[in-house]
Ligand binder design. Structure first.
Ligand code: UDP
Ligand code: MG
Length: 139
């Protein structure tokens, strides 16, 4: 995948609280172009694979439970410097540490239920986008 793209998920808490529209508006108003988008629900196996890097961490079981409890919105976003700029837009993992105006500051409840995912590298963005979307679903 091109290096000007990143992958995001609006996590189950964002969907449950009715924040899909507000978060997508903030993303596009911040200069990201949506090049893939869908509502879908991860299975336990999906979440275990997606978050495999964290499988030894104490929060892994809760994370899988949370990420599979309802639908998510998956998207691929395009902008120059996409990965870094999107991480800045979402804010710190723990909303208590997130900067004012960031998506997690605005919409996340806790370090566990933190509203959105953002890829942490170009390499992971490509892997994560391919996990959720076929080539024909990315524009
Ligand atoms: N997480 C958690 N407790 C922690 C750290 C992370 O529940 O102490 C969850 C949280 O949902 C986070 C995800 O695990 O978004 C992945 O963690 P990571 O450190 O990769 O944070 P992110 O890249 O999402 O900011
Ligand atoms: Mg991460």
């Amino acid at each position: 995948m091109r290096t000007d793209r990143t992958f995001t998920m609006l996590k189950p808490d964002s969907v449950e609280k009715g924040h899909i529209g507000a978060i997508l508006e903030k993303i596009t108003a911040s200069g990201f172009r949506i090049v893939a988008l869908k509502l879908n629900q991860m299975t336990k196996a999906d979440a275990e694979e997606f978050y495999a890097v964290h499988n030894e961490r104490p929060f892994f079981g809760e994370l899988v439970e949370y990420m599979t409890r309802g639908p998510i919105v998956s998207a691929v976003l395009e902008k120059s410097n996409a990965v870094e700029d999107f991480r800045a837009l979402i804010g710190a993992t723990n909303p208590a540490d997130a900067a004012e105006g960031t998506i997690r500051k605005l919409y996340a409840a806790s370090i566990g239920e933190n509203a959105v995912h953002g890829s942490d590298s170009d390499e992971n963005a490509a892997i994560e986008a391919a996990f959720h979307f076929s080539g024909r679903e990315m524009f």
